[in-house]
Design a protein around this ligand. Sequence first.
Ligand SMILES: Nc1ncnc2c1ncn2[C@@H]1O[C@H](COP(=O)(O)OP(=O)(O)OP(=O)(O)O)[C@@H](O)[C@H]1O
Ligand SMILES: [Mg+2]
Length: 369
Amino acid sequence: MKFLHTLRFQVTILLMIAMIGISIISVASHITYQTIKEMTSEELQPSVVFRHTSGEQKDPKEESALRNAIAEELFNAQKGVTPLWVILVIGGYVTLIFVCASFVAIVVGNMIARPLSILGRAIDSVDPRDVIPMLKEDGIYEDRETIKLINKLSEKVKLAMESRMRLVAAAGHDLRTPLTRMRLRCEFIEDDKQRSIWMRDVDELTNIANDAITLVKEEVNPEGKAKLRLDDIVKETVQDLQIIGHDIKLVRSVPCEVFGKALSLKRALSNLMVNAATHGLGAQVAILVEQDQAVILIVDNGPGIPANMIDRAFEPFFRANIARQKHSAGAGLGLAIVKEIITAHSGTVTLANRSSKGLIQRVTLPLAG
Ligand SMILES: Nc1ncnc2c1ncn2[C@@H]1O[C@H](COP(=O)(O)OP(=O)(O)OP(=O)(O)O)[C@@H](O)[C@H]1O
Ligand SMILES: [Mg+2]
């Protein structure tokens, strides 16, 4: 029923109604004109009919009565009986009108709605990095103009995104120099407690700057996608994090291949596993295959994320428990970066609280064909 609400359908129906209306009016007026013409023509005048049917002269009274009787007879004959050919002609007219009106309405309706179809196709072809691909400028004048406008918009969006990226990268980069100076000054604070508080704040700011730069690198990373063994990437990530002391276990692994960038995927998975190991107090990791997807599950036994906040977890700088996390050095950008990377790989990442305790982080990626 969605089709009934499309512009194409509504324009087609309106055109059909308008054309059928105009055709019926013109045919009706033609028929009316013909009928009036015939009724008023000489042949139907009673006196003439009489003259034609009778050869000889009669008494004027008798002649008048006969003339009226014949005229009445003719009139009744015309009024009461509709000959078959008249029905067929009218039926033929109506069918012809309907077919022609439908044909013209469908063609014109489609032509009017074409620019919208082009726009729809352009939006459908937006890739996971939100870039509208350049469209080939062909077709009729209106099509070319629509395509030109879409290409112009796509170019502007691309430039705006690049400038935003440059700004983020520049800010992240420029922050690192004063932060290094601050860290050096912190070393000279004599009071141990004060020094560690200052150090933690400096660490947090450094992480934010580093994550901002990482995010930009992900977006402009020239590393091309290749066929990868995802189970190997997961295994390596787990091992790297175990070496630096995180409590993470790989409990299940099924061999599978995906198309992607190894470094980016490793960074995304590492962010999720570190979250489970730190916020979730220990992680269990499994990689499996479901239909045409590779699925990575990262499960922990921590506090989870309050249900009313879980939808916002992928927003930059999100913190589930600001009071509890005040002293942790996380920037709150980890999940935002994960989302960027996984979406750019045409995958999904979701979080859900477990019924018992803890969080399940689920990543899906399409299997390489
Ligand atoms: N497994 C988890 N269990 C409980 N809370 C979590 C879990 N994962 C994420 N969170 C919550 O979501 C917030 C956002 O996570 P995110 O990874 O984006 O930032 P972060 O870990 O605080 O900092 P960083 O930028 O260093 O990763 C965390 O601060 C935490 O409150
Ligand atoms: Mg994190």
